[in-house]
Design a protein around this ligand. Structure first.
Ligand SMILES: Nc1ncnc2c1ncn2[C@@H]1O[C@H](COP(=O)(O)OP(=O)(O)O)[C@@H](O)[C@H]1O
Ligand SMILES: [Mg+2]
Length: 289
């Protein structure tokens, strides 16, 4: 049996190259404040992968995506091991477009900070008088460059994204930039409206797109997971302050209260975190894992 090792190992995800395709594996690791904790959050990786699968299926009328299968039977034999079962997605290898396509439907985080300074978010002027966590009149598209390793991502305007893509794909900058913007907004709108009906606010999110073998723009990476988005429980939503994050709040709170810890959560905090991930999945998909 051919063995594989990851071509890339991130804090939480691992990527395997299997020829024309990639396998994206979401592990059960958890990172908080940019540190990988010592705990394993059982099933977290499966929740993330199955959530992406749900959204890829849900949005295929808007845009094609890179997903081929989440069934390890469709993957090389090496992946038919327990540790890959459920948390792995076989994907078409794409030529990625190096733009992080961020859509914000609510004002929070760095956007709220910048709004308080000059009433703009990433150069987009917003109405006066917005409160923290308030819904925006319309979702806004605020792309950033996808930095090379070691560099920081940088916010750019839509116009800058045209030039940025034109440099890398001559003659195509305008076409790709427009597609990324329009597809991102369309995906966000459809999914946020659906999530709201299930009791979850998708405050903001990030998509990544690439070109398939026919040069068509398709959506890749993970999609609308708690790692790429801010999910807020609707029943606790209140403007005027920050919102609890759906996924890591217990872990973050505990770490803040125990600053001298060596990044190991007590089991009851891990258990609460697991149940939050499962609850989010069940609410959104209406299915049990
Ligand atoms: N279908 C695909 N083909 C090629 N690269 C992909 C595909 N889907 C996602 N990627 C890339 O795989 C990588 C996923 O790695 P990740 O762990 O998220 O780290 P990071 O985002 O910091 O690079 C990203 O660089 C993403 O752009
Ligand atoms: Mg990433």
């Amino acid at each position: 049996m051919k063995e594989y090792s990851p071509v890339k190992e991130g804090k939480v995800r691992e990527i395997y190259d299997v020829g024309d395709n990639l396998i994206l594996v979401a592990t059960d690791r958890i990172s908080c404040f940019d540190v990988i904790l010592h705990n394993i959050v059982t099933k977290k990786g499966t929740v993330l992968t199955q959530m992406s699968k749900f959204w890829f299926d849900f949005t295929k009328d808007i845009v094609k995506n890179h997903m081929i299968s989440v069934d390890v039977k469709d993957m090389p034999e090496y992946f038919r091991q327990d540790k890959f079962n459920g948390n792995s997605m076989l994907c078409k290898k794409l030529t990625m477009l190096p733009v992080e396509c961020i859509v914000r439907g609510y004002i929070t985080g760095s956007g709220w900070k910048s709004y308080q300074e000059n009433q703009t978010v990433c150069g987009i002027k917003l109405p006066a008088g917005l409160k923290e966590s308030e819904k925006l009149p319309e979702p806004i598209y605020t792309p950033s460059t996808k930095a090379e390793i070691g560099d920081h991502d940088e916010n750019i305007s839509y116009e800058q994204s045209v030039d940025y893509l034109e440099k890398r794909f001559p003659g195509k900058g305008k076409e790709y930039a427009t597609k990324l913007r329009d597809l991102s907004i369309a995906l966000y709108k459809k999914c946020a409206e659906y999530a709201l009906s299930k009791g979850i606010i998708i405050a903001d999110t990030k998509f990544e797109f690439g070109l398939d073998e026919n040069g068509e723009v398709v959506v890749g990476d993970e999609m609308l997971t708690p790692d790429s988005s801010r999910f807020w429980p609707l029943d606790q939503y209140e403007v005027g302050h920050g919102e609890p994050s759906y996924d890591k709040q217990f872990a973050r709170d505990w770490l803040k209260a125990n600053p001298h810890d060596d990044w190991t959560l007590p089991q009851d905090v891990v258990d609460k975190t697991i149940s939050i991930y499962l609850e989010g999945y069940e609410k959104l998909t209406g299915r049990k894992l």
